[in-house]
Design a binder for this molecule. Structure first.
Ligand code: PLP
Length: 390
């Protein structure tokens, strides 16, 4: 096994040398001017991501407030919900995968949550969503890119429904922001959250949040958990600080990661992620496999993580397949919860080249063969290559 380790999991992802080195700098106080500069750099880079995630390079938001937060995206999801609702408020949470379900669970702890659920990997029934959101709805939550199923959900359509009833709209852009389009204003998103260790290509431990001005107006510091009082976070962010001790090395790594995103430019970055995902899809399709999610109105296959149904002989018996992938020094993901033994997932986020993507595709094909499923490996790699050269 002499080839470099290739991490194709949907987070954490491979990060650049510059990001790794940023974490090794001597420690400073989180109240120092030096840290303030780091915070401001990370914040400005994230603001660029939140406000420029369009394939045509246009600006996607007239401006809002960007926060960099200690803690992963689950914390940010909880902070968003808990700062926007009071006990007894009605929340509608869209669920078609693990992370949509998590949002509903969180909402249920702080308010009265009505989940609008379909099977994991199925598209939402927008009529059912429309029926669930009423003038009584205080908040709607949804996941844009459902990492557990590889389905990209129709945020715009749901945003219109939320806006029609004057409900606030909180969206998980954890595996889309930094790698795919995310049109904050056009989609009517009030609060967007994302994670460091996904398409931003930073190490795990931080998350980021974007608050549109009218969402900010609703956050008064009177509700929500103490640590995640967003009013306090916003005030401290103005001084380049977090309310409590910042994870200094992680903020430095985030600053380096978003510097690289600005250098690449979001439009090119989105196009690259789309090429990579198309290549993975073409490769596995040529192997005779099927994408796991089912598409519906406004939904699409994910451009950052491809979820593939395990072929019949490997359902609930895929150990040899996953071992054969690992033997090639490559890491991919299986299914979560009840999708364990039914799917595998290949992500294309992080510091990856086209060659890495091709290696991932070839590895899947070779591993299928080792596990007794005949796959035309060269055909799959050629199909992937064709997408990469488009
Ligand atoms: N939302 C989505 C779509 C995710 O993919 C993940 C993690 O994979 C999360 C939320 C939660 O992230 P974390 O475990 O970093 O809190």
């Amino acid at each position: 096994m002499d080839e470099e380790f290739l991490l194709l999991n949907p987070g954490p992802v491979r990060v650049s040398r510059a990001v790794l080195e940023a974490m090794a700098e001597p420690m400073v106080s989180h109240r120092s001017a030096a840290f303030g500069e780091t915070y401001a750099r990370a914040q400005a880079g994230l603001e660029y991501v939140f406000e420029h995630s369009a394939l045509d390079g246009s600006r996607t938001s007239a401006g809002g407030t960007t926060l960099v937060l200690n803690g992963t995206a689950t914390m940010a999801m909880e902070a968003a919900v808990s700062n926007l609702v009071d006990p007894g408020d009605e929340v509608v949470s869209l669920v078609n995968g693990k992370f949509g379900e998590r949002f509903a669970d969180i909402a249920g702890r702080y308010a009265d949550c009505t989940p609008v659920a379909v099977d994991w990997g199925e598209p939402f029934d927008l009529d059912a969503v429309a029926a669930a959101i009423t003038d009584e709805t205080a908040l709607v939550t949804m996941v844009h890119n459902e990492t557990s199923t590889g389905l990209l959900n129709p945020v715009e359509a749901v945003g219109e429904l939320a806006a029609a009833h004057d409900a606030r709209f909180v969206v998980d852009g954890v595996t889309s922001l930094g790698g795919d389009e995310f049109l904050v204003d056009d989609w009517g998103v009030d609060v967007a959250v994302t994670d460091a260790q996904k398409a931003l290509a930073a190490p795990p431990g931080l998350s980021a949040m974007y608050l549109a001005d009218h969402a900010l107006d609703a956050i008064d510091g009177d509700r929500g958990p103490y640590y995640h009082d967003l009013d306090w976070h916003v005030r401290k962010a103005a001084d380049g600080q977090t309310p409590f001790t910042s994870a200094v090395p992680l903020f430095r790594a985030m600053a380096a990661a978003v510097d690289a995103i600005r250098e690449e430019g979001m439009a090119d970055r989105i196009a690259r992620h789309r090429r990579y995902a198309a290549a993975v899809r073409a490769g596995v399709t040529a192997f005779g496999l099927d994408p796991f999610p089912t598409l519906g109105p406004g939904s699409a296959y994910s451009n950052t993580v491809t979820a593939v149904a395990l072929p019949e002989p490997l359902v609930d018996d895929a150990g040899a397949f996953f071992d054969a992938v690992a033997e090639r020094n490559v890491s991919i993901a299986g299914g979560q919860a009840h999708l364990g033994g039914r799917i595998f997932r290949v992500a294309n986020m992080g510091e990856l080249s086209a060659e890495d993507v091709l290696r991932g595709v070839r590895t899947v094909g070779d591993a299928l063969g080792d596990a007794g499923v005949d796959a035309p490996v060269d055909d799959g790699v050629a199909a992937a290559e064709a997408e990469l050269s488009d």
